[in-house]
Write a protein of this length. Structure first.
Length: 249
């Protein structure tokens, strides 16, 4: 009799849980996915297709829906990144999505180019370097869709400072090269549209500071002065940043 009583209690509890779950599911059902997109290129038109995919979450339980599943749906396309996501109970899922900004291209052996965003995320393979900053001399590896490699963190620091000062970096910069003229010695060379080259000599941890001072000098020059000039930046033995301007030899 005691075992039967316990079994009855367990069954009643399970039924109660099922009734509660069914009630929650009926009350808290997704009826609207509010997806706000911020796009920058015509390729961002894929947002329309993505919005249709997100509508697939309509009629799902907002209580039991795992938001990481929604995030994964968005970020399955590497062009898009979720910057905010939340449940707006009882019926709405709100997602803020941005298109990653195109930045660099790296040539591959097939004659095409790997397109990277500003953080090194691989976006796609394209047939031309036009309109992007060509990286030369970098040895990169891609892990989980993100590029990395020797001196890549310095490159991103340089790019970040360029963007702070110039806004849209691609409007001014054609390519960036990494040179190793001697062991344990590197030179970053930034090629500007007008012909100016910014030469950062062995920047290391001070890449950002050196870039900021170089760009400050660049912006102070007239258009005529920027034609085929070399802005060379080095850290002196006293730890000071020195900027020199001369003609490209």
């Amino acid at each position: 009799m005691k075992k039967r009583s316990i079994l009855t209690t367990v069954i009643a509890f399970v039924l109660l849980v099922a009734v509660i779950a069914a009630g929650l599911n009926a009350i808290f059902t997704v009826t609207y996915v509010r997806a706000n997109f911020r796009t920058y290129t015509e390729r961002g038109a894929a947002a329309e297709t993505l919005k249709e995919e997100l509508n697939g979450y309509v009629n799902r339980s907002s209580v039991f829906l795992d938001l990481s599943e929604v995030r994964a749906t968005v970020e399955a396309n590497p062009r898009f990144e979720v910057v905010a996501i939340e449940k707006d109970y009882p019926e709405t899922i709100s997602v803020e999505i941005v298109e990653r900004r195109e930045a660099f291209v790296v040539a591959d052996d097939a004659g095409t180019y790997t397109l990277l965003d500003e953080e090194g995320v691989v976006l796609e393979t394209i047939g031309s370097a036009d309109g992007h900053i060509l990286l030369e001399g970098f040895t990169l590896t891609v892990t989980n869709g993100v590029a990395s490699g020797a001196h890549f963190s310095e490159l991103l620091e340089i790019y970040g400072r360029l963007r702070e000062s110039l806004g849209e970096v691609r409007a001014n910069v054609d390519r960036i090269s990494l040179e190793s003229p001697a062991q344990n010695w590197t030179v970053f060379r930034v090629y500007m549209h007008e012909g100016t080259q910014i030469e950062l000599i062995d920047p290391g941890a001070r890449a950002g500071e050196m870039t900021a001072q170089a760009v400050e000098r660049y912006l102070s020059m007239s258009d005529a002065e920027r034609v085929f000039r070399n802005i060379s930046v080095v850290v002196t033995t006293e730890g000071e940043i020195r900027v020199d301007i001369g003609d490209i030899s």
